[in-house]
Design a binder for this molecule. Structure first.
Ligand code: FAD
Length: 403
């Protein structure tokens, strides 16, 4: 026994030759189509729509979605490869594409056939864009604390409330929106009585209330959404009425591996840039790489980068094998990769010296970007709660939240 797993074989990373071919394909696309535009995206805080359309047309919004619903098929390892390679060039693009996953995942897992045809397929084909609206100004980590309400009136639901921090909400055609549809039965069951709905852009009473400026991931926007008596038909419920908490949590379980890979891509590119700079920059008559203190930074960067890579691809392998231990691994991967990437990006600035804080060097932007990966899809404090909860569940069969 290799606690908390059974044997070393449980830690295997499984990839196939198609995965490497896919990595090469994504890398080539990102370097050719996206890299030349990154400076412009950063300066304008705007992603060119024609580029987003190209990304959609490549099928990148449909990775992991079955082909019968317009997707590319593929597994979690492919999702991770896409995120890592895209982030190596433009982390904001991972968010712009990834938010579609926060819409397609609940539909894939819980949607009706009609919902899959109507909403999942056009998003997977890249014809429509989507967003996920759970968070509110009053409740982020504490999802059960949301105040958006939905009430049944005749054959439809009326939704009222305000959502905050919604990535891609300014561009989306379709949204999943979490609302409370019944009071919780008691203080220990606050997660009960929530329901997830699909809401379409243009629905009466549904609007983008304001843009929220943030420190990084420029080009991908977050907005507040206002819902004033928004009517949606009964068929808009995703999963069962009252099961919205489960729908949201299972969606985030799938999504956090993509964020871990986004951080991994940041760590990778920043390490490559630092190594390159240390070989070229001379101080006191020798290249930086011949100063032991700089070598120590670079070696520690590689140690953390490699550790994070193992966790991220291991978690993806567990997901692809259908193993429940995936949840534990994905939370470890998310916390480790995002914090390693932060450390690596900070050390990169030490290695670059003054050039590191100059915008045109394109190092400081990765530090700004990585800070966001620590927060969204479950802040790292919450990942640590998940890790211990899953550990106890996996090893003792006890759910500490229910106990
Ligand atoms: C750029 C960006 C994009 C986002 N995109 C989306 C989106 O598309 N859709 C969406 O629904 N949401 C989105 N979010 C929201 C994001 O998921 C939340 O910000 C996140 O879950 C944290 O919630 P909060 O900001 O309310 O922090 P809070 O929940 O208020 O937490 C504040 C701090 O306390 C810690 N904390 C909270 N509870 C505990 C606890 N029990 N134990 C220990 N520590 C705790 C947190 O980890 C955090 O460090 C986005 C956020 C950002 C920044």
């Amino acid at each position: 026994m290799v606690f908390p797993f059974k044997s070393l074989s449980d830690y295997e990373i499984r990839t196939r030759p198609e995965h490497e071919a896919f990595r090469n394909f994504v890398r080539e696309f990102m370097e050719k189509e996206v890299a030349p535009l990154v400076t412009r995206i950063e300066e304008r805080n705007e992603f060119p729509m024609e580029l987003l359309d190209k990304v959609g047309a490549q099928g990148f919004q449909g990775i992991g979605v079955p082909q019968e619903y317009g997707g590319q098929g593929g597994d979690q390892t492919s999702v991770v490869i896409f995120s890592e390679e895209t982030s190596r060039v433009c982390p904001a693009l991972v968010t712009l594409v990834g938010v579609n996953g926060l819409f397609t995942t609940p539909l894939q897992l819980f949607g009706t056939e009609e919902q899959k045809r109507r909403y999942l397929a056009p998003v997977a084909r890249g014809e429509k864009r989507s967003a996920h609206a759970t968070t509110e100004a009053v409740a982020g980590s504490d999802v059960a604390g949301i105040q958006t309400r939905a009430e049944k009136a005749g054959g439809e639901w009326r939704i009222n409330g305000r959502k905050a921090f919604i990535s891609g909400g300014d561009l989306a055609d379709f949204f999943v929106v979490l609302a409370r549809t019944a009071p919780p039965p008691g203080p220990k069951e606050r997660w009960k009585g929530l329901t997830m709905f699909v809401v379409e852009k243009g629905a009466k009473g549904f609007s983008v209330a304001r843009h929220m400026e943030k420190m990084g991931l420029r080009g991908s926007h977050i907005v507040e959404l206002q819902l004033d008596d928004v009517s949606v038909p009964e068929e808009s419920v995703v999963g069962k009425e009252g099961d919205g908490f489960k729908v949201a949590m299972e969606t985030f379980d799938h999504g956090r591996i993509g964020v871990a890979a986004q951080a991994l891509g940041i760590a990778q590119v920043v390490f490559e840039k630092s190594l390159n700079y240390a070989m070229q920059r001379t101080t006191f008559g020798r290249p930086l790489i011949q100063h032991q203190m700089i070598d120590s930074y670079l070696a520690d960067m590689l140690i953390r980068l490699t550790g994070a890579r193992h966790l991220v691809y291991w978690a993806a392998s567990l997901a692809d094998a259908g193993r429940t231990e995936y949840q534990l691994a994905a939370s470890m991967a998310k916390a480790s990769a995002t914090e390693s990437a932060e450390w690596i990006a900070e050390k990169a600035i030490n290695i670059f010296g003054g050039a590191g804080v100059i915008v045109e060097t394109q190092v400081e932007r990765f530090l700004r970007d990585v800070e966001i990966t620590k927060v969204y899809e479950g802040a790292n404090e919450i990942q640590r709660l998940v890790i211990i909860r899953q550990l106890i569940k996996q090893t003792l069969g006890v759910d500490v939240l229910q106990a």
